[in-house]
Design a protein around this ligand. Structure first.
Ligand code: SF4
Length: 236
C-alpha cells in the first residue's frame, strides 16, 4: 500500500452503545479502522486484519469528518483494528467527543513507519498532542493470554499521560497477577485500570467470583455490554 497520507481505511461504521471501559453505555458512533499491527489469539474483530477476511473502504479526512458530522451522536469511538495507524488528530469535528480504543503499541506523538504482518506498510506523521490530549484514550495492552508482548517504550509513554485509562481483558486470576506486575513496572495506579472478562457469550461475562477478585485488588470492572447483549454479533 502507498504511503498513507490522507487515507483512512474503515472496515465499518455504525451507531451503538460503548460496551467497555470508563464510558460504557454511552450512545456512540463507531468508526472501525481496518488493519492491525497485532494478531491476538482471542481477537473478536479478526475481519479487520486477517488477510482476505474482510471488506474495507478508503476515506479521506474530509469525507470521514462529513460522516461524523452527519450523525447526531456526540460520542465518536475510533476503534479497529488499530486506529493509531492513522492521523486521528485530522478527524476532529467541533462539538464531538472522541474516544480511541488502542492496543497502545504506537506512540501517537511520534512519526510512524511500520509494515504489519500481512505486508501492508503504513506511514504517518506525528499527531498533534494539543489535539489528541482532549481525546479519551483507552489503552489496552495485551497480556500473555493473547500471545502478545508488552511494548515497554510505548507503555512508559502512556503511563505518564493523564488523558488515558488502561483496559485489560482477563481469563483468570493469574492474568490479574500479570496486570499487577505490569502496573508495578510502569508505575501505573490501579484506579486507572479497567478489567474485563474475555469471551463472546453472556455466560462468559457472568463470573462474580472473578469480578470480586478484580474489585478486591483495587481495579475497576469493565463490563462488555455488547457481548452480554449481542454476543459475537458484528456492527454492535
Ligand atoms: S490489538 Fe485488538 S484488533 Fe488488534 S489483533 Fe489484538 S484484539 Fe484484535
Amino acid at each position: 500500500m502507498e504511503e498513507n497520507k490522507d487515507v483512512f481505511y474503515l472496515s465499518e461504521h455504525f451507531v451503538s452503545l460503548q460496551g467497555e471501559g470508563n464510558c460504557a453505555g454511552l450512545n456512540s458512533l463507531f468508526l472501525r479502522f481496518h488493519f492491525c499491527n497485532l494478531t491476538c489469539t482471542w481477537c473478536d474483530t479478526k475481519y479487520t486484519w486477517v488477510a482476505a477476511s474482510g471488506q474495507f473502504q478508503p476515506y479521506t479526512s474530509a469525507t470521514l469528518k462529513a460522516l461524523i458530522s452527519a450523525h447526531h451522536t456526540e460520542q465518536v469511538i475510533l476503534t479497529g483494528g488499530e486506529p493509531t495507524l492513522y492521523r486521528l488528530d485530522n478527524l476532529v469535528v467541533p462539538g464531538k467527543k472522541y474516544h480511541v480504543e488502542s492496543n497502545g503499541v504506537f506512540i501517537p506523538t511520534a512519526p510512524l513507519a511500520v509494515t504489519i504482518a500481512d505486508g501492508t506498510a503504513f506511514r504517518r506523521e506525528r499527531m498533534d498532542e494539543s489535539v489528541i490530549s482532549h481525546f479519551n484514550w483507552v489503552i489496552s495492552p495485551k497480556l500473555s493470554n493473547a500471545r502478545q508482548q508488552i511494548n515497554g517504550q510505548s507503555l512508559s509513554f502512556w503511563a505518564a499521560k493523564d488523558y488515558c485509562i488502561f483496559k485489560f481483558i482477563i481469563r483468570n486470576e493469574a492474568d490479574l497477577d500479570e496486570i499487577e506486575s505490569i502496573l508495578k513496572r510502569f508505575n501505573i495506579a490501579g484506579n486507572k485500570v479497567y478489567v474485563g472478562l474475555e469471551g463472546q457469550s453472556l455466560e462468559s461475562q457472568l463470573k462474580p467470583a472473578l469480578v470480586d477478585e478484580i474489585v478486591s485488588r483495587g481495579f475497576n470492572f469493565s463490563p462488555r455490554l455488547h457481548v452480554m447483549l449481542w454476543g459475537a454479533g458484528r456492527g454492535k
